[in-house]
Design a binder for this molecule. Structure first.
Ligand SMILES: Cc1cc2nc3c(=O)[nH]c(=O)nc-3n(C[C@H](O)[C@H](O)[C@H](O)COP(=O)(O)OP(=O)(O)OC[C@H]3O[C@@H](n4cnc5c(N)ncnc54)[C@H](O)[C@@H]3O)c2cc1C
Length: 310
């Protein structure tokens, strides 16, 4: 099957940087994503640690700029949800939703992470009907309403603060005794008059017929359950690598992350991993960008497009 030299799966920071560097190195590269340019940060209002941006930049703006740069370097970008990578002689075949197929000599896996779900009754059915994954996208729909946020880390604090700008009341529910977020984020969110924090508790159900009406909160010490009237629920309890669809194509560690060597090659030659989904990733934008560069150099070497000392 003909196709580009390289297919990069995932248009987050790692994939976009990698595609740009591969194209700059002179190889044909196709970047595929199932629908989010910029990856995880595409819904984040303010990124404060993006190099070269003394004023915080919004994730959706950063994603668009990275894509512009990748395309300007010559990378092709297409929409596709990749469901399998299959070895095909010394090349690979990629299958995507809807029956699309792509062939490539090398593949970069840059699929990042997805948010963990609570896995409680009502969560799945009411997603998009009050259960939200994005404070800045859905905040306006929750104006003057009551919202519950589950989580205690940096992202939970950030998202609660964004929601507080719209909602009547934001209740943060966290299983631990204190938030695990950085002190400055906790202080900023705690200073908001319409935000309250409940420690040692978890959400065990989401109720409502056509949209969220309440959530059931369990005290993890006593087991007592209370029904909290709520119009929205945002779950921010961490991330997990988006690698389940790869089955046994490449080696994974116990957390599902892809095992790589120092040049980011996986257990299969010609398949490289970059960004959050690989073992040892710091799960930060700058690290994903660095991975993008390393992965590109590895791929270019694999294609023998670089001088031996490159
Ligand atoms: C709410 C939040 C705020 C954050 N804020 C910051 C911050 O301020 N600073 C910072 O440094 N880091 C921040 N991070 C962490 C940072 O976002 C990640 O470390 C970084 O985005 C990882 O980039 P990535 O390219 O590895 O993966 P991702 O950003 O996860 O991108 C992966 C892409 O791959 C696509 N994809 C996955 N599987 C497939 C498939 N099978 N087929 C097609 N496409 C696929 C996804 O749609 C996605 O677009 C934040 C994370 C979150 C969740």
């Amino acid at each position: 099957m003909s196709g580009p030299d390289v297919v990069v799966v995932g248009a987050g920071m790692a994939g976009l940087t990698c595609a740009r560097e591969i194209a700059t190195g002179g190889a044909d590269v196709l970047l595929l994503d199932r629908g989010t340019v910029g990856g995880q940060v595409s819904t984040v209002d303010a990124i404060r640690n993006a190099p070269g941006h003394p004023v915080p930049i919004a994730g959706y703006d950063l994603g668009a700029l990275l894509m512009e740069q990748a395309e300007a370097a010559g990378a092709a970008v297409a929409l596709a949800d990749v469901t399998a990578v299959v070895p095909d002689g010394d090349r690979y075949r990629l299958h995507a939703d809807g029956g699309a197929e792509f062939g490539a000599t090398a593949v970069v896996l840059a699929g990042g992470s997805v948010r963990r779900r609570l896995g409680v009754p009502g969560e799945q059915q009411l997603t998009g009907r009050g259960v939200t994954r994005c404070a800045s996208c859905d905040g306006p729909l929750l104006r003057d309403l009551d919202v519950v946020v589950v989580g205690g880390g940096d992202s939970a604090m950030d998202e609660a603060a964004v929601l507080a700008g719209y909602a009547n009341r934001v209740l943060i529910v966290h299983h631990g005794p204190v938030p695990t977020a950085r002190d400055e984020l906790v202080a900023r969110t705690a200073a908001l008059p319409n935000v309250t924090f409940r420690a040692g508790a978890g959400v065990v159900a989401v109720d409502g017929a056509d949209r969220v009406r309440s959530v059931v909160v369990r005290d993890l010490g006593t087991g007592a359950e209370t029904e909290e009237p709520a119009d929205g629920l945002l779950v921010q309890i961490g991330l997990e690598p988006d690698t389940g669809w790869l089955a046994d194509l490449v080696r994974r560690d116990g957390t599902g992350r892809l095992v790589v060597d120092e040049d980011l090659t996986t257990s299969r030659p010609g398949i490289v991993a970059a960004g959050d989904l690989r073992t040892g990733s710091a799960a930060l934008l700058t690290d994903s960008a660095a991975d993008g560069g390393t992965a590109a150099r590895t791929v270019l070497r694999h294609l023998a497009r670089r001088p031996r000392w490159g």
